[in-house]
Write a protein that binds this ligand. Structure first.
Ligand code: NAD
Length: 348
């Protein structure tokens, strides 16, 4: 038996789709837009402001990493009288839009500019006084997602790689999820196949439009995996390392993925076989390790600033609360995994 709940979002995908924003706003029956962005990526938000013209009632450029509640509250106050939210940026801008939707029920149009995938999930992570809390509600799912390949052309190469491996991790863990289903399996396999070929091509030539298009399509599919089925050891470990040790989100995913896969491989042989096939390689964990090794991307937790002395504590935290995973978690096993990720050694 399996269950599958479709995400009803309308997807607009292509090059130059930012120009479709005014029509998408009208389609929602809206006419007073709250336009959201972050402080660094202002170009596309400027362009959107220009094409939306007088429809923009309020512009708010304060989106910040990890969605601090005080920023959300400021944006909600600024949003009095608007009837639609348009957010342009990475997971941080998307997070702000979702946090506003949770409080106001305003419809959202999200224009993602990284491969993080948050736009396809009902999950919202927020920080209150420096503490991160996560909740899941269908209220935060966007009504419309506009993927514009043009906006990803300038995504810096290193961020493209780590954000892409972050997406790969969503697809990998979907295949051995306790909630796995045949629809999401196909999304995951296609996403893995696309990313394995697109990321090296983007590293070699960041302006390769075909590779950028493949990566963005893969990010959409991977985000759907993340939004639809429960994730396992890899995501929990990265959450612990980010939340308790302050490690950066996408970089941590990039370093840990191959090691978490090597740990889980004995418990998920069929998923690993399918992942290896999608990667066109004999073994899935080593293929992911070798892929990351060829990219301009970090390879060890040491490089990300984690102290070796913290590995025991991290393992303890990661096994503290039980969750579904294809292989049972042991303190020793997770500590060994973390040691390998810390030093960046290739899985056996
Ligand atoms: P981000 O949104 O913080 O962006 C990182 C940096 O890249 C920012 O400075 C941004 O301005 C810049 N940037 C973004 N797109 C760019 C582009 N096209 N060109 C040039 N610069 C660009 O980072 P992210 O990795 O997209 O998102 C991470 C956040 O999203 C984290 O807070 C994470 O927890 C959250 N997240 C949530 C979910 C979920 O389902 N709730 C899923 C994935 C990530």
């Amino acid at each position: 038996m399996f269950t599958y709940t479709a995400n009803p979002a309308r997807i607009v995908f292509g090059r130059g789709t930012l120009d479709a924003l005014p029509a998408e706003v009208r389609r929602l029956g809206a006419s007073r837009v709250l336009l959201l962005g972050g402080p660094t990526l202002t170009g596309p938000v400027d362009r959107a402001a220009e094409s939306l013209g007088a429809t923009v009632a309020v512009r708010f450029d304060g989106a910040a990493m990890h969605t601090p509640v005080e920023v959300t509250e400021r944006a909600v106050r600024a949003a009095a009288g608007v009837d639609c939210v348009v957010a342009i940026g990475g997971g941080s801008a998307t997070g702000l839009a979702k946090a506003i939707a949770l409080r106001t029920d305003l419809p959202q149009i999200i224009v993602p500019t990284t491969y993080a995938g948050s736009e396809m999930t009902p999950v919202l992570g927020e920080t209150v006084g420096g503490r991160k809390t996560t909740r899941s509600s269908p209220k935060v799912l966007p009504e419309v997602v506009v993927y514009d390949v043009e906006l990803t052309m300038g995504l810096p190469v290193r961020l493209s790689m780590t954000s892409g491996i972050n997406a790969l991790a969503h697809a990998v863990e979907a295949l051995y999820s306790a909630d796995a289903n045949p629809v999401i399996d196909q999304f995951a396999l296609e996403s893995i196949h696309l990313l394995a070929s697109a990321l090296p091509r983007i590293a070699a030539d960041p302006s390769d439009v075909d590779a950028r298009t493949a990566a963005l399509r893969a990010a959409w599919l991977a985000g759907s995996c993340l939004g639809s089925v429960g994730m396992g050891l890899h995501h929990k470990l990265c959450h612990t390392l980010g939340g308790s040790f302050g490690l950066p989100h996408a970089e941590t995913h990039t370093v840990v993925l191959a090691h978490a896969m090597a740990y889980n491989a004995p418990g998920a042989p069929e998923a690993m076989r399918r992942i290896a096939e999608a990667l066109d390689a004999p073994d899935a964990p080593t293929a992911v390790y070798d892929l990351v090794a060829t990219l301009p991307a970090p390879q060890s937790l040491a490089e990300l600033g984690l102290a070796e002395a913290d590995l025991g504590k991290a393992a303890e935290l990661a096994v503290a609360a039980p969750y579904p995973n294809p292989r049972p978690l042991t303190q020793d096993g997770i500590e060994n995994l973390l040691h390998a990720a810390w030093s960046g050694t290739r899985p056996a």
